[in-house]
Design a protein. Structure first.
Ligand SMILES: Nc1ncnc2c1ncn2[C@@H]1O[C@H](COP(=O)(O)OP(=O)(O)OP(=O)(O)O)[C@@H](O)[C@H]1O
Length: 256
């Protein structure tokens, strides 16, 4: 394991008018570890994810990514700094094939270059860039286990495969930090098992934060568990210790 977290949030806060949706939360994400965040509806889990990805600007606190302060950066800049996220609401283009979706995600990472009059140079650069992009999307498809579904239309594959595709699209930008918002939502047991195996495969090379309601998966996957209620962290630590915490049982797990 690395000797410093890849992502570190300190006292991160987001207010919506009078409501502190996330209030002074600190999170460290380490390569080779999965950090799960659980909590009842409205606890602030999605808002926290949006703060870490730059989709929302914090009202307070600091954010570091890869050793660099990125507080207040927008989502695109943070993504270029090595963060990838999946969304609860899917980003997939349903009429396109699996391959096209992942290729587009890989291309989206390319910085848009201004027109260059030195055409030979641009062609050389483009050929080089295209090879790099291709290597990225091919690797993302392989990692996510979708090699046999390359030419399938995204709208026609199963719900579980669509979630795999969404993870492949996230991986196509080669992030070191992965934020996954309910990757198991709406899945049957067999599909959930496939995604759990995928996340276990991705763990060594990434720092991961997983927001998930499926407690079986959380306890299989998580190295560290954070429990949020009303925008605040009420408990954090090894999953077994957190499960035994009376406050957590009363606030959340007891409701299951
Ligand atoms: N854009 C917004 N404007 C105003 N209030 C918001 C906004 N986004 C979230 N909230 C409020 O912030 C609180 C936390 O919401 P959030 O969606 O982060 O919770 P959550 O833990 O992700 O819930 P769920 O499990 O249902 O997704 C809620 O009270 C919600 O109504």
């Amino acid at each position: 394991m690395a000797d410093a977290p890849l992502l570190s949030a300190r006292g991160i806060t987001r207010r919506f008018g009078g409501l502190a949706a996330v209030n002074g939360v600190s999170v460290d994400l380490w390569q080779g570890r999965i950090q799960a965040v659980i909590g009842p509806n409205g606890a602030g889990k999605s808002t926290l994810t949006n703060l870490l990805s730059g989709d929302l600007a914090p009202s307070g606190g600091t954010l570091h990514l890869g050793g660099r302060e990125v507080t207040g950066w927008n989502a695109e800049r943070i993504a270029r700094q090595g963060l990838g996220r999946s969304y609860q609401k899917t980003n997939i283009f349903l009429p396109f094939t699996v391959r096209e979706n992942v290729r587009l995600a890989a291309q989206a990472r390319e910085p848009q270059q201004p027109w260059n009059p030195l055409r030979w140079w641009r062609d050389t650069r483009d050929a080089h860039k295209n090879r790099a992009t291709r290597a990225r999307w091919e690797r993302a498809i392989e990692l996510s286990g979708l090699q046999n579904r390359l030419d399938a239309v995204a709208g026609a594959i199963s719900h579980g495969e669509q979630r795999q595709l969404e993870i492949a699209m996230t991986l196509a930008t080669e992030p070191r930090v992965l934020l996954l918002d309910e990757p198991l939502a709406g899945m049957g047991a067999a599909e959930a098992e496939r995604i759990v195996a995928l996340l276990q495969r991705l763990k060594a090379a990434h720092a991961m934060m997983l927001v998930e309601h499926d407690m079986d998966a959380v306890f299989v996957l998580a190295d560290h568990l954070t429990v949020m209620v009303n925008g605040e962290v009420i408990a954090g630590g090894a999953p077994a210790a957190v499960r035994a915490n009376a406050q957590v049982q009363a606030a959340y797990l007891g409701e299951e």
